[in-house]
Design a protein around this ligand. Structure first.
Ligand SMILES: Cc1cc2nc3c(=O)[nH]c(=O)nc-3n(C[C@H](O)[C@H](O)[C@H](O)COP(=O)(O)O)c2cc1C
Length: 191
């Protein structure tokens, strides 16, 4: 399978970096083709311009859309920042999931998602504890936004959410190792 990892974290010493490296290695060892788009490393411009809103498609957008075109699976890896994704990741979606590429309008005014051949996995790290986010409904809210708000609109479904909560304060190193193993097992046994 061709797996595209879209990654947003500024620090190579973060838990996100550990996760991204671990899943990349696991997927490659399982025989998949893996491409990582590290948005900070790429110095990705997250600001959707008026020209793009009017239909211009700059070269950096063409490049990222080509990676998506070739991918069977999209894996998004990022920390939860202010109950959402880091601005650079949000801007990636603003600019790359454009009209005519990710979705289009039907003649009756409804929309048609164009990612129906893409599998999607979301991997988030979260500062709050898992107990807190389970009780206050935040896990459910994040899944609603991911599916109803973004990927259903693009014609697909998030097949697996990994919410790694309590990073780093509420978890021990052993608990974080278990999270990494859960993730690598998923990519090792992917079919
Ligand atoms: C700008 C910013 C906003 C954050 N917002 C949230 C939040 O809304 N909810 C939460 O649980 N944690 C929040 N956090 C904590 C991060 O989710 C946490 O530090 C991160 O997931 C840990 O992973 P890392 O070591 O890879 O950075 C925030 C952190 C930053 C820097």
């Amino acid at each position: 399978m061709n797996i595209l990892v879209i990654y947003a974290h500024p620090s190579e010493k973060s838990f996100n970096a550990v996760i991204k490296n671990a899943l990349e290695t696991a997927a490659i060892n399982a025989g998949h083709d893996v491409h990582v788009r590290d948005l900070y490393q790429l110095n990705f411009n997250p600001v959707l311009s008026l020209a793009e809103l009017r239909g211009a498609v700059p070269d950096d957008v063409v490049t990222e859309q080509d990676f998506i075109r070739q991918a069977d699976m999209l894996v998004f890896v990022y920390p939860l920042w202010w109950a959402g994704m880091p601005a650079i990741m949000h801007g990636y979606m603003d600019r790359i999931f454009s009209y005519g590429f990710a979705y289009k309008a039907n003649s009756d005014g409804t929309t048609l998602g164009l990612f129906n051949d893409k599998r999607v996995v979301l991997v988030n790290t979260i500062g709050c504890s898992a107990d807190e986010y389970r009780e206050n409904g935040m896990f459910k809210a994040l899944e609603t936004i991911g599916n109803r708000g973004i990927f259903n609109f693009c014609g697909t479904e998030v097949e697996r959410f990994f919410h790694f909560a309590g990073i780093p304060g509420y978890t021990s190193e052993e608990e974080r190792d278990i999270m990494v193993t859960e993730l690598t097992n998923y990519f090792t046994t992917l079919n």
